[in-house]
Design a protein around this ligand. Structure first.
Ligand SMILES: *Cc1c(COP(=O)(O)O)cnc(C)c1O
Length: 432
């Protein structure tokens, strides 16, 4: 069997050097992978339990059209999400176009003119800058009279509690807390850390609404930010909770008061949750959610494999090879645009879709510099599928994520390294 595996990898363009290094790296990861399997086991039961409790049935997969009144599939899906994330209510909709949209919905449903929003965790995700108005943008919260402050993290990546306390004023209505590092090299926060931060904020003023951007974090741990005091958690269905099957959508889970506001904001005052046809996506939403813990398992193992492989070659990885994981993102810093491009080419060539195209850096809406993106996904742009992206500026860090299975994630990483070797950008072989 070993021989056949070797042969098929060679046919698929993985070099002998990369293959033997990969085998060595993987050998060392057995114990960590077992720990991840335990988390998955727990989360699989959590998801299944919520589906059973809500008596999920075939009738819930029927499409609705038009206004979408009495869509029992949609209503059940939202109850299942609320049960999984242990919240009073949930909004899970195909009408949410992406994660950025879900975040804008959450913020704009709570904030009113004169209110202040604070990010106590430093700079938020790039696309949030235009939502908030950090970068001037039509329709930003700033245009509606919402002010914004940001408290930087301390040099060691922890929360500046003193700074946060000083930043809070009578106008402070809401906190936006990003769990994942996004396009930054700061660490991703654990759910436990987020819980400590929320407790600190609520001790100062329990009325401040704490929203957590949960993108890429779902099912990585057995608890979620909603288990540690978040009023709202927000994410994209073409990331973790869609399990690779959801073709569109986003979610907000939280208190009934917050979710009601989000419904009125998403549809219209007076309409709220009652409208929103699902057009036949319910089965994919449910089935994807059911698969999500397994998909996250593969993506996490892929990220750990990547960190261990690239660190063995002397590249700086965040999280590093041994660090605990709180999201599925792996950052590798190259300080070299050529290596970034080669890495992304390798990921693209490993894709099931569009493996014959070559990615190039390009201007993207919402980002303030050229970005290179490798994504040959069944669902366009789905970053729970094998994907990599990098803003083209120093320190030339690539962010790798996803893979619907560990086998695919590992192959993507092997291809990325093979591509760099092919272009003469790395030398493998002399590793002991
Ligand atoms: C992906 C992501 C977003 C935005 O999601 P899009 O679906 O790309 O709009 C926001 N925050 C974080 C941390 C993300 O990872």
């Amino acid at each position: 069997m070993h021989k056949q595996l070797f042969e098929i990898y060679e046919q698929m363009g993985v070099s002998k050097n990369v293959l033997s290094l990969s085998e060595k790296v993987e050998e060392s990861l057995k114990e960590r992978f077992e720990q991840i399997d335990k988390v998955t086991e727990y989360n699989q039961m959590k998801v299944l339990g919520a589906m059973q409790k809500n008596k999920l049935a075939e009738a819930h997969f029927s499409p609705t059209t038009g206004y979408g009144y009495n869509d029992i599939g949609r209503e059940t899906l939202e109850k299942v999400y609320a049960d999984i994330f242990h919240t009073e209510a949930a909004l899970v909709r195909a009408q949410i176009t992406c994660g950025t949209h879900a975040l804008y919905l959450a913020l704009s449903s709570v904030l009113r003119p004169g209110d202040e929003l604070i990010s106590p965790v430093g700079k938020p995700y790039d696309t949030m800058e235009e939502i908030i108005g950090i970068r001037k943008s039509t329709g930003s919260l700033a245009e509606y009279g919402v002010t914004y402050k940001q408290v930087e993290l301390l040099p060691d990546g922890t929360f500046d509690y003193e700074g946060i306390k000083n930043a809070i004023s009578d106008k402070t209505k809401m906190m936006t807390i990003q769990r994942s590092k996004g396009y930054l090299t700061r660490p991703t926060f654990s759910v436990k850390q987020i819980g400590e931060l929320i407790s600190f904020i609520k001790d100062i003023n329990p009325n401040i609404i704490c929203m957590v951007d949960n993108c890429y974090g779902e099912f990585v741990d057995i608890i979620e930010p909603s288990d540690v005091g978040a009023d709202m958690i927000v994410g994209s269905l073409i990331k973790n909770p869609g399990g690779g099957l959801a073709p569109i959508g986003g979610y907000i889970c939280g208190t009934k008061e917050c979710i009601d506001k989000a419904y009125y904001r998403l549809t219209a005052p007076g309409l709220g949750s009652e409208v929103g046809a699902t057009l036949g996506v319910n089965r994919e939403f449910f089935q994807g959610l059911f698969n999500a813990p397994q998909v996250v398992n593969g993506a996490l193992k892929g990220a750990i494999f990547a960190a261990n492989l690239y660190e063995a070659l002397g590249f700086e990885c965040s999280p590093n090879a041994n660090a605990d994981r709180h999201d599925i993102i792996q950052a590798v810093t190259f300080h070299d645009p050529e290596k970034v491009i080669a890495f992304c080419e390798g990921i693209q060539y490993a894709a099931p879709v569009d493996s014959h195209v070559t990615p190039t850096p390009w201007a993207m809406p919402g980002y303030d510099c050229d970005v290179i993106m490798a994504a040959g996904a069944f669902v366009s742009g789905a970053s729970i599928e094998l994907s990599a992206d990098a803003p083209m500026h120093e320190p030339y860090t690539v962010y790798f994520q996803g893979g619907l299975s560990y086998d695919h994630a590992r192959f993507g990483i092997m291809k990325s390294l093979s591509r760099m070797e092919e272009k003469g950008l790395v030398k493998i072989g002399q590793i002991d």
